[in-house]
Design a binder for this molecule. Structure first.
Ligand code: FES
Length: 106
C-alpha cells in the first residue's frame, strides 16, 4: 500500500484512493484558512487544494486539473497538483504552500 507523508503525519492508504479524501479521512486538509469552507468540494475548479509533490509520482495533470493549474493565481510552471484530482498509486510526500490557493511557492 502506498504511504502519504504530510504535515508531520505518515500513514498507509489503499492504492487508488483520492488524495483529497485520504487527507480529510486522516483529519488533515489540503486547504489553507477559509478555503477549508470555500472550495469546490473536489470538482477540480477552485484550485484551493493545490499541493506540491515533494516525492512520489502521479500521472501528469489533464482535463480540469490541467486547466485549473494554468489559471491565475496558479501558473503551470509552479508544478503544483490538485489533491482532489489525484489517485494515490505511489507513496507521496506533500507540502502545502502559503496563500489562499497554496499558490505562494517560494
Ligand atoms: S477542491 Fe477545488 S480544485 Fe480541488
Amino acid at each position: 500500500m502506498p504511504e502519504i507523508e504530510y504535515e508531520g503525519e505518515k500513514w498507509a492508504v489503499p492504492s487508488g484512493v483520492n488524495l483529497r479524501k485520504a487527507l480529510m479521512d486522516k483529519g488533515l486538509s489540503p486547504y489553507k484558512g477559509q478555503a477549508k469552507w470555500l472550495n469546490c468540494q473536489g470538482m477540480g475548479t477552485c484550485g484551493t487544494c493545490a499541493l506540491e509533490l515533494l516525492s512520489g509520482e502521479a500521472p501528469p495533470p489533464k482535463g480540469v486539473e490541467k486547466w485549473r493549474l494554468n489559471f491565475p493565481p496558479h501558473k503551470a510552471d509552479q508544478a503544483l497538483r490538485l489533491a482532489c484530482q489525484i489517485k494515490v498509486e505511489t507513496s507521496l510526500k506533500l507540502k502545502k504552500h502559503p496563500g489562499f490557493w497554496g499558490e505562494k511557492k517560494s
